[in-house]
Design a protein around this ligand. Sequence first.
Ligand code: ZN
Length: 241
Amino acid sequence: MSDIPSQVQDIETLIKLQEAETEIVRLKSILEKFEKEKNKLGAKLKQFGTALDENKENFSKAAEVCRDLEREIQMIDDRIVKSNEKLRMVKTNKEYQLFLREVDDNKKRKDALETELIERLDEKEKIEGMAQESQKEFNLLEAQIESEQKEIEKKTIEDRELLDEYLERQAKIGKTLDPSLMNRFNRISKMNQGLAVVNVKNEVCMGCFMNIPPQLYIEVQRGKSLISCPQCSRILYHIKK
Ligand SMILES: [Zn+2]
């Protein structure tokens, strides 16, 4: 029978393909874990950044309130100066009383605003302190997270290189397989977390750990055709020892 050697060859190729696939799944899972760790650190920094932005925003609002008050006080000061000038030029007592009251009202308003300004400046200072503190914390955290992320990068260099190697190997092996067999492998692998070709030991499938019928076991042992596990559909092989 001329097709026997090709089936034997197929199963050998499939075993090699499975070795590559297993490594690929393992490495991808490690790299994914590191990627998640990196992302988590990034999210933590972002959260801190948001808090920092809020503090900065609060400070600029407080500063604006102070500037507005200062501007208003300046305006009232100007008005007081003008009223005083008018006072010096009044001709009637009635006018005199009027401008005097104007000056008086403005002075009262100015006093009130100055009291408010003192409170607001105090508040602004506190907020500024908070913003500076939060900036310091952010800078520290940023440096720390950057170095942690770099550390993760360093740790994954070898794994990423290894993954590329196995992906290359997988592609090379894939080319030597019949496309329909390759599709079958990929389909089964997808259904079974990357494990498509498994050993059978003592009539037990090492993929799903279920017993396979004795007749099927004999066929697997012969290795003359590709047998699938009736439970999990994985392609079975048997190593003779
Ligand atoms: Zn099975």
